[in-house]
Design a protein around this ligand. Structure first.
Ligand SMILES: *Cc1c(COP(=O)(O)O)cnc(C)c1O
Length: 379
């Protein structure tokens, strides 16, 4: 996206906007497939649930990881709305319900689709048996999340030591454990997390097979990092390590899937906001934008992500603060951005803001979320 394009879209639609380039989504998906050729990608819808993104990725051949009934229905409806020749028998091939905790009403509603769902404890297993007896199940393992920006291991996953007992418990209830899954933590900066998780999974699978319960699917989760800054290792080098471990540890016929969220969508979106106020406080220039942490910049709070703001103007730069426009001091985008001298009505933009951004935007203070603009979504 060029600066000219962003400026003219802002002029056309007003601000705040989030511009999503679907060609980047397709490119990221293809890069993922190219570097991890044995791995089917199930896009994690929670990263950005825009229906147009689901359609683009479905057309590109992706499958989907959903975490709620509305996300499941979003994928299902989108797929059903495509012309018949693009439809297929897709449930397990196309959707995994990867939230280990499911309300009973959700299980009841999902049962008719014979879904593939995850679990990580005995209570959940009994609930699945009772309310979604036609589901296939996948056991989520707890694996090291060291060095990932967003840690998940304190909330999800069974202890590897109890894994085979939980697999056996499922079979005793007449449920079939189709797979094992894990998540190394989001924005994983440490390839060793994947190496350890793959080794743990392989050990669990071997022991399970020895007890008479062979497992067909390995779900290596999300965590593939987005290129927010220079020290993020490219997907090539992470993929090389993952591929080597997969080849070394697992039989040829294992089916491997992953649940990339951030990697697919983060770099596809750029937001544009307008300066609506300017003040000087304690010697520092403060800008107030018509977007903020309750809106597109919500990832600052929920995703531990820092976005950098850029100006459309050139000129000598200085350190300034940038706030959102709501009446809450938490609504602070940055206390130290480096920007040229700007005025009210000037625009700013932030790149790599496609993941965990609009997805968690609110209507706080009566300000609506930024308008989403789709580029290149129709081929
Ligand atoms: C959030 C989530 C993902 C996506 O993680 P990313 O780090 O964005 O790739 C995948 N799987 C599960 C179960 C998740 O909760």
């Amino acid at each position: 996206m060029t600066k000219d394009q962003l400026e003219s879209l802002a002029a056309q639609h007003g601000t705040p906007i989030v511009v999503i380039d679907h060609q980047v989504i397709r490119d990221n998906y293809q890069a993922f497939r190219r570097h991890l050729p044995k791995v089917q990608a199930y896009y994690a819808v929670k990263a950005n649930p825009e229906p147009a993104i689901v359609r683009t990725l479905y057309r590109a051949g992706a499958s989907f990881d959903v975490a709620s009934l509305p996300e499941f229905m979003l994928v299902y409806e989108n797929i059903r709305s495509l012309p018949p020749k693009e439809q297929q028998d897709f449930i397990w091939d196309k959707i995994i319900y990867a939230n280990p905790t499911k309300p009973r009403e959700t299980l009841e509603a999902l049962d008719q689709y014979k879904p593939l769902v995850t679990y990580d404890n005995l209570n959940e297993l009994h609930k699945i048996k009772r309310f979604a007896p036609h589901a296939g199940v996948v056991l989520r393992l707890r694996v090291p999340n060291t060095g990932s920006v967003v840690e998940l291991s304190s909330k999800f996953g069974c202890d590897p030591g109890e894994a085979v007992d939980l697999i056996e418990a499922a079979f005793q209830l007449d449920l079939v454990v189709e797979g094992l899954s894990f998540h190394v933590g989001s924005q994983c900066m440490n390839a060793e997390n994947f190496v350890q998780a793959l080794n743990l999974s392989s050990a669990v699978m071997q022991e399970s097979a020895q007890r008479g319960y062979p497992i067909k699917i390995l779900d290596i989760g999300g965590g593939f990092p987005a290129p927010y800054h220079r020290d993020v290792q490219p997907i090539e080098s992470l993929a090389r390590k993952i591929n080597a471990e997969i080849d070394r540890l697992f039989p040829e016929d294992i089916q491997i899937l992953a649940e990339p969220g951030r990697f697919i969508v983060a770099s596809a979106a750029t937001s544009v906001a307008k300066i609506v106020g300017k003040a000087r406080r304690e010697g520092k220039t403060c800008y107030y934008l018509d977007d903020g942490v309750y809106h597109t910049f919500s990832g600052i709070i929920f995703d531990h992500c820092q976005y950098h703001l850029r100006a459309f103007k050139d000129g000598p730069t200085g350190i300034c603060a940038v706030f959102g426009q709501t009446c809450d001091a938490l609504d602070t985008i940055s206390l130290a951005e480096e920007l040229p001298e700007l005025e009210i009505d000037d625009l700013l933009y932030a790149e790599n803001i496609g993941a965990y951004s609009s997805a968690s935007a609110t209507w706080f203070n009566g300000f609506p979320p930024a308008r989403i603009i789709h580029l290149n979504d129709q081929l």
